[in-house]
Design a protein around this ligand. Structure first.
Ligand code: NCD
Length: 302
């Protein structure tokens, strides 16, 4: 397999299936060699990565930082609350300021769709823009993590039934996962949740009934209820949401016995899934976190 070539990483739609597979292979090499823990060849020595997160994050921000440091880069985390953004500076002026400091990577998360593309269109070509989640549209590095996690446990995407469950409407992870699964020619795609959380324009078979949606699934991808993106009236009652769509041990039995359970995090125990499911053997939630460092090392060094 040839080395993947990436410049910006804005959305999964921009990547070919070959590029996705090459990034996954490179990520797996960082895991097999333990370089994702112990550090790799310092190919980013002398380079600077800036994390510019306008929305909260634990795993994405920290794993971009660790990935960059393990490849020898300097990392700066901009604290939005104490930055000049709170003095009314525009997004572009903030970005131009960071660009003037000769940074090499700008990892950006923003609540507005297409922010990463907008910035890439307005910055110099040598500043690589990495989309760490924009609005409800795209979270490409998370989708690559999710594909790697599936690939580590299942042999052939074409034979898999994947059920994505929950608040798909507000989920950039779901949109990027769907796009990646399609590029990798997934066998069967199911979207499971209350009608109002299943956008009509998204592909796959739509299920409002959780039990039917889980029947025989190989992969269950859970999503958080993104209450911060909902109008007050849209927010479901958490207890009844759990009753209808929470993944419990009993419901998990409807999927294949070797089904895997994934969640990009943050998880809300007792809402999207039970405690028992979060901690069960089939749950790969912390594997996804571990894979996050390796995938981001592969992205930054490609
Ligand atoms: C997700 C996000 O921010 O899009 N988290 C993540 O990056 N792992 C999902 C979420 O917030 O629910």
């Amino acid at each position: 397999m040839t080395e993947p070539r990436l410049h910006h990483l804005l959305s999964i739609e921009d990547l070919s299936a070959e590029t996705i597979k090459a990034v996954l292979q490179k990520s797996q090499e960082f895991i097999d060699s333990k370089h994702y823990i112990n550090g790799a060849e310092k190919v980013l020595s002398g380079k600077t990565l800036i994390n510019l997160f306008f929305e909260n994050s634990t795993r994405t921000r920290v794993s971009f930082e660790l990935a960059a440091k393990r490849l020898g880069a300097d990392v700066v985390n901009v604290d939005i609350a104490t930055s000049a953004v709170s003095k009314g500076e525009s997004l572009l002026d903030t970005v131009y300021t960071l660009q003037a400091m000769h940074s090499d990577f700008l990892v950006i998360r923003h609540k507005k769709d297409h922010t990463a593309n907008f910035i890439a269109e307005h910055t110099e070509p040598n500043l690589r823009i990495i989309n760490a989640g924009d609005g409800t549209r795209a979270h490409p590095s998370q989708a690559l993590i999710d594909m790697l996690t599936i690939q580590q446990h299942k042999t052939d995407f074409a034979n898999l039934t994947v059920a994505i469950v929950g608040d798909i409407n507000h989920s950039r992870v779901a949109r990027s996962d769907i796009s990646a699964l399609q590029k990798l020619q997934i066998g069967e795609l199911r979207l499971v949740g209350p009608e109002r959380f299943l956008p009509q324009d998204l592909p796959g078979a739509h299920f409002n009934d959780m039990e039917q949606g889980l029947e025989g699934a190989d992969v269950i991808m859970l999503l958080r209820l993104q209450r911060e993106r909902m109008l007050e009236a849209e927010i479901p009652d958490l207890m009844s949401y759990f009753q209808n769509y929470g993944l419990t041990e009993e419901r998990l039995k409807l999927a294949r016995p070797d089904a895997i359970v994934m969640h990009p995090g943050p998880i809300n125990r007792g809402v999207g899934l039970s405690n028992e499911v979060a901690d069960c053997k089939q749950s790969l939630i912390l594997d996804q976190v571990r894979n996050g460092i390796a995938v981001r090392m592969a992205i930054l060094s490609s």
